[in-house]
Design a protein around this ligand. Structure first.
Ligand SMILES: [Zn+2]
Ligand SMILES: [Zn+2]
Length: 159
C-alpha cells in the first residue's frame, strides 16, 4: 500500500456552467493506493477550490469542496480488464494511473447545479434588481395593478 499526498494543478473545464474549479488551481490529493488482485484500488479525498456565481444574487462564490474518490484501476490482462469496458473501470497504463476522469466525475457530482452564495440568500429585488441583502428589510415598491387603479379612480368619483 502506498499513500499519495500531493498537490496538482486543475485541468481546464473542471466543473459545471455556473460553478467550477479555476484552471490551474491547486487540487490537494490525499489518496491511498492499494494493490489488489485485479489492479490498484485508489481511494481517498481531493480538496478542490471552486468559484462561481450565486444563482440568486449573482455575486461571486468562492468556496472549496472535498470529494471522495474510490476507483479500481485494473491491471492489463487481468480478468477485470478482459471483462469490463474501457469506460467502466480505469486501467493502469504501465505504472501510471490517470486520475483525471475519476476526479472530474467526483467533482462534477459534488457541485450544485444551482449554486447559491448561502442557503438563505434572498437574491435580487424582482422590481429594481437591487441586492435585497443591501436594501432595508421593508424594501418594496408600490405596486398598483392597473385594473385596481381604474377601480379606485371610480371610487374616488363616487365620493
Ligand atoms: Zn446569493
Ligand atoms: Zn426593489
Amino acid at each position: 500500500m502506498r499513500t499519495v499526498d500531493r498537490v496538482v494543478k486543475a485541468p481546464s473545464d473542471l466543473g459545471l456552467e455556473l460553478i467550477g474549479v479555476p484552471e490551474g488551481a491547486d487540487l490537494r490529493l490525499d489518496l491511498r493506493l492499494e494493490s489488489v488482485s485485479e489492479g490498484v484500488l485508489v481511494s481517498g479525498t481531493v480538496d478542490v477550490p471552486v468559484t462561481g456565481e450565486c444563482g440568486r444574487c449573482l455575486r461571486p462564490i468562492s468556496d472549496s469542496v472535498v470529494v471522495n474518490i474510490q476507483e479500481l484501476y485494473a491491471y492489463a490482462h487481468s480478468t477485470t480488464d478482459e471483462t469490463t469496458d474501457e469506460d467502466e473501470i480505469g486501467r493502469l497504463q504501465g505504472d501510471l494511473i490517470d486520475l483525471e476522469p475519476a476526479v472530474r466525475d467526483a467533482v462534477v457530482l459534488e457541485l450544485p447545479t444551482n449554486p447559491v452564495c448561502r442557503a438563505d440568500c434572498p437574491g435580487l429585488c424582482p422590481e429594481c434588481g437591487g441586492l435585497l441583502d443591501d436594501l432595508p428589510a421593508d424594501h418594496h415598491h408600490e405596486q398598483v395593478d392597473p385594473r385596481w387603479a381604474a377601480l379606485s379612480q371610480l371610487n374616488n368619483e363616487g365620493d
